[in-house]
Design a protein around this ligand. Sequence first.
Ligand code: AMP
Ligand code: MG
Length: 518
Amino acid sequence: MHRSKHTSEFQTTHSLRALGDFFYRDALPTAVKNPQWIAFNQSLAEQLNISAAEQDTDEGLAIWAGNQVPEWAKPAALAYAGHQFANLVPQLGDGRALLMAEAVDHHDKRWDIQLKGAGPTPFSRGGDGRSAIGPVLREYLLSESMHALGIPTTRALAAVASGEMVYRDGGIPGAVFTRVASSHLRVGSFQYALLHGGHEKVKALADYTISRHFPHIKKSSNAGNPYLALLNTVAEHQAELVNCWLRVGFIHGVMNTDNTSICGETIDYGPAAFIDTYNPNKVFSSIDRRGRYAFSQQPEIAKWNLARLAETLLPLLAADASHHETPKATQKEEAIELATRVLDEYSEYCEQLWLANMGAKLGIQHATKNDKALMQEFLDLLHQQNVDFTQAFWQLANELNCTQTANIGPQSPASSLFHDRQAFSEWRQRWLERLIENENNAEQVQASMRKVNPALIPRNHRVAEAIQAAEEDGDLTRFHELLEAWQEPYKMPNSELEIELYQAPKVDEEVTRTFCGT
Ligand code: AMP
Ligand code: MG
């Protein structure tokens, strides 16, 4: 463990290196011409104990641009494979990312610090290893908004304009992004281990993952079969994550196995976006032509990705996997049965979480399967009548207390969002009857709904606006305004800006396509 010179606080480690260079390649960042600050996340830097000298200072600028490698860093590109839109690519790896170090916080938790867009690596496969400013700003805004929404996510530590152009369809200003994650291990890391190293490498990675992320497994009743417990735990985290996405209308957009984090954080914001009007089939990503990663597909896709993880773990899953006497075929059958059970349990857990989530959004405590019809009917109404997802749930809470709506719209809050008000009003009647069964007062129900239904989400047209201003005029004002306003998403919109950001896009403002922008 390294203690930085500047302060005794900032501690880094490089624990992944103990697994051997099978999993990474050393690579140095390539300096950029003229680094300029875009943003620095001071509160996150403080949480990681990054020294003041290496924060938003000249020295920090050089570090977070990749122009200077601090002594605590040992930059490396991680190796991984992945199914991209269901096609297996045996070797992907960090083509434009470098793991600098793992920061160790006060609770001994390790955080990967990674530069993105700091130049080519051994895994760049002909790419330039750079990032355009657009995807950097999108990832900064979205990941910090997700964090504020209380959703597990990688974080944004820094963004620096490179002063160089990157060439995609045309020339665009480049930038370097610093991402912080609980780790960058993905389903694709396990696939890489199996494909290139076999079961021993999978076992080494699984052991590392358990000790880094899920040490409780070693102590639990599942300790006899830690790899099954690992699969189960990853499945639970994925179910929880995807249900958070469904709660706020988030579409990841590229749920490839290499973009599926083992510790259950939202990672890789390429074409990610939030829905405005509710549509379960909604897709933003320009490359997702068949809707594989559409909004309501996300739980099934996470399950598909978990099945790919399970495949890599199969030889470790059978209870007696290490007993050589047991015939291999029997072990394999048992392993498949165990993995299948985990996947079935994932589906059941997802279903439970969906009910709990939708219940919370509608103010229904202890929702059961009997509430499903009421929930689905509301979503169907939103879909049929092109109603804004975020506004619908926000205004539904206002139905319980019409006096609080002064700033953001007309009276009888939710009904004004529907063209067919009669259909809404019939549903509303049944909803209010259901709420009465719980015997909570309206104020309590409203307060509980406010905790899960944001007023402000990073709407796609606003993100696009900030990116356009930065790309075309080098103007970051809107970016900073949005970044700040989206820090308190569950609050009643009050300021002029908040009220503006609460609004859904007008038809001509809507941005319906996003691009990976690599
Ligand atoms: P992503 O779509 O960002 O998940 O990236 C998929 C793969 O392409 C990863 O292996 C990336 O490292 C790689 N990649 C994306 N953009 C670039 C780039 N500009 N240069 C090199 N590799 C890249
Ligand atoms: Mg990726």
